[in-house]
Every structure is written in C-alpha cells, then in structure tokens.
Design a protein around this ligand. Structure first.
Ligand SMILES: [Zn+2]
Length: 158
C-alpha cells in the first residue's frame, strides 16, 4: 500500500545566520531565520513524510516554543521522522523536492544536497531528487527576502 504526502516551508533570509539547505552549509552573506537551524528543505521533506504517514506536521512534533529544538540541526529532526516512519512499518519509495531561491545559485549544490538527504535517510541516491529554481525576481523570494521549499514523498507499508 502506497501513501503520498506533500510538504511546504518558507523562512526569512537575514544576516548573521548560516545558510543550511538539506544539511549542507551553503556559502552566502545571509542565512535563514528560525527557531531551529531553519533548514527549509528538510522541514518541507519532514512535512511530506509526516503527511504521507498521516501523522500531522512538523510543528506538532517539534514545537518552535520548545527550547529543546532551539538552533537544533534539522538533520536530527529528519532522522526522528524517519525513525517514526520505520516504527510504523513504512519505507520511503522516493522523495522529490524543489528549493525556490533567488540567490545564491544552487546549481552546483543540488546534487550534493540530494545525496546528503539520501544518506541521512539510508536511501539509494536515486530515491531523492532535489531541484532548484528562482522566483524570477518576483515577490519576497524574488527580492531575496526568503527561501521556500516544496517536497513530495511516496511511502510504502512494509
Ligand atoms: Zn521551517
């Protein structure tokens, strides 16, 4: 039995923060603002996986008012979600995602990011696909004020 889930997230770009996408540090003058490390891609993927398993969303599982999650690496959150899925006897069929960022260009990072997500989830690299696009200079993302990510996940009951 297959189940599908969708995830979306957006974080504001500010100075004096590291930019972390898919657990990879991307050199840039700004980073994403959030209670955790604000890894917008991992948050979208967590939501897609939780959604597919019918287990709510990342905000319920890791509340941003909880000091335990302050500045936490989102890689840890993704690992927790993966553990929960395994406990529910789900395996991940594949994940597809897109990061929407005007700057920096992610062309040279997206493969590295996909591989890192696959490694975190113990999946063959072909099962995780990460794409990157710009917002054509439109809206807050286009003005470089934020980065967003969309993700979709297909999981299967073992
Ligand atoms: Zn987030």
């Amino acid at each position: 039995m297959y189940r599908i889930g969708i995830g979306y997230d957006l974080h504001r770009l500010i100075r004096r923060r590291k930019l972390i996408l898919g657990g990879i540090i991307i050199p840039y003058t700004k980073g994403l603002l959030g209670h955790s490390d604000a890894d917008v891609l991992i948050h979208a993927i967590c939501d897609a996986l939780l959604g597919a398993s019918g287990r709510g969303d990342i905000g319920e599982h890791f509340p941003d008012c909880d000091p335990a999650y302050k500045n936490i690496s989102s890689v840890k959150l993704l690992k927790k979600v993966a553990r929960r899925l395994r406990a529910l006897k789900y395996s991940i069929n594949n994940i597809d995602a897109v990061i929407v960022a005007e700057k920096p260009s992610l062309v040279s990072y997206k493969k590295k990011i996909s591989r890192n997500i696959a490694q975190i989830l113990n999946l063959p690299s072909k099962k995780v696909n990460v794409k990157a696009t710009s917002a054509e200079k439109l809206g807050p993302i286009g003005r470089g004020q934020a980065i967003s990510a969309h993700a979709i996940a297909l999981i299967k009951k073992r």
